[in-house]
Design a binder for this molecule. Structure first.
Ligand code: PLP
Length: 420
């Protein structure tokens, strides 16, 4: 069943003149969606990278119900509630040691805006003239103006270009990444650099582009040597996606500021946090009101979302999520291997639970019709895959089973038969 053009809804990243119908989904369970007319669709991209344990994990559902019965929403200045207090403590304990303060918001984009504001506030309050943001080529950090400025420039933000601030672009690391490290070093030396914003190990929306932990470690070292704040955007990578709880762990990197969102509630409700080292909080700590961190959103630390996040952490602690993630990593590697000598594909890559490969077609790039064509092809086969141009990626919830992955990869092979 589809919802036709008569819907008043203006959808995200949707060209309505080309894509007229949206699929009406009535239920979700585990790795599966069920449409209103009873069709089952395997959610192979975790409903845009957010669902971690599967849809409607019973523990998260229960926590949401219980919290809704007690306290729904609360002003978060001057007032607080138990779920936010507990969650902040547990996040401090769970994230890389040194991230000691937690600022709540409600989306990944906002968590990045908050990170940038924290960095600029930090230097201003210390009387240092540093306001330049450095960012990795092909990066994506969200769709609000600051997050867009920090991300790659493309057709996505061309119309808003006049409003975007200037960012120093560091080339994406290829091979050992020497050009990247040299460029970062030079940018850090310039003296006005405040922060380097980076997606650790994998650039998601940029096309699932992966780079090594050793390069990440070096990037952090260079920033630290020059007093440039290292901002890890773990919005997509956090909560197991790259095989470890957080991607930075694999490089032994402690960011100065870290952004977490998507998987923080297991993907059930919108919530984000920006965490920082004590030094950054302390630079704002003053009897002078002008040094306040001036940021808020209405739903800061919504109690129900915090309760869902607590349930997510409970699941990580009490169930064998790490084992499940490790098995999924191996299963993905195995499935991907089948295309190793298949000339119709290139750039096979896997980072943790995420697998990606590029279909060789004449017309590639995000705006090429191949992306939507493949999407429709997969959906018609009961699979939610949403290629980025000719890049097909599989980013499933951790509960996905081997035979379900087989179905996904069979369909990818079939897509190559038809379109490569
Ligand atoms: C999705 C994403 C964002 C934006 O998060 P929203 O919740 O969609 O605002 C930011 N950074 C990265 C790396 C992302 O993948």
């Amino acid at each position: 069943m589809t919802v036709s053009r008569s819907s008043p809804i203006w959808r995200p990243f949707t060209q309505h003149a080309l894509q007229k119908d949206a699929i009406l989904v009535a239920r979700g369970e585990g790795a599966w969606l069920e449409t209103a007319d009873g069709r089952r669709i395997l959610d192979a991209i975790s409903s845009w990278w957010v669902i971690t344990h599967g849809h409607r994990h019973p523990r998260i559902v229960q926590a949401i119900k219980d919290q809704a019965d007690r306290l729904d929403q609360l002003i978060f200045a001057g007032f607080t509630h138990e779920p936010a207090e507990l969650l902040a403590r547990r996040l401090v304990a769970l994230t890389p040691a040194g991230l000691d303060h937690v600022f709540y918001s409600d989306s990944g984009s906002t968590s990045v805006e908050v990170a940038i504001k924290m960095a600029l506030g930090f230097f201003r309050n210390r009387g240092e003239r540093r306001a330049r943001v450095l960012a990795l080529e092909h990066g994506y950090h969200g769709d609000t103006i600051g997050a867009m400025s920090t991300g790659a420039r493309s057709v996505f933000n061309a119309a808003y270009e006049p409003l975007l601030f200037d960012v120093t672009r560091i080339p994406f690391p290829r091979g050992v990444g020497q050009a990247t490290l040299d460029a970062l070093e030079a940018a850090c030396r310039s003296g006005d650099a405040a922060a380097f914003v980076v997606e650790p190990l994998v650039l998601g929306a940029g096309g699932m582009l992966v780079y090594g932990a050793d390069i990440l470690r070096e990037m952090k070292r260079i920033c630290a040597a020059h007093g440039v704040l290292f901002v890890a955007d773990e919005v997509m990578t956090g909560f197991g996606r790259t095989g470890t709880l957080f991607a930075c762990e694999q490089a032994g990197v402690v960011p100065d500021i870290a952004c977490y969102a998507k998987g923080i509630t297991g993907g059930s409700l919108p919530l984000a946090v920006t965490m920082c080292r004590a030094e950054i909080f302390d630079a704002h700590y003053s009897t002078d009101r002008a040094r306040t961190f001036f940021h808020s959103s209405s739903f800061t630390a919504n109690p129900i979302a915090c309760a869902a996040a607590l349930a997510n952490l409970d699941i990580w602690e009490s169930e064998d999520v790490r084992g499940r993630v490790t098995r999924l990593c191996a299963m993905q590697e195995e499935r991907l291997a089948r295309f190793a000598n298949d000339a119709r594909f290139s750039d096979m890559r896997r980072i943790g639970t995420i697998a990606a490969l590029d279909l060789r077609v004449a017309d590639s790039g995000y705006l090429a019709t191949i992306g939507p064509t493949l999407h429709e092809f997969f959906v018609a086969r009961g699979l939610l895959l949403r290629p980025l141009g000719n890049t097909i990626y599989v980013l499933p919830p951790y509960c996905v089973e081997g035979h379900e992955l087989d179905a996904i990869y069979d369909a990818i092979a079939e897509a190559a038969d038809r379109y490569a």
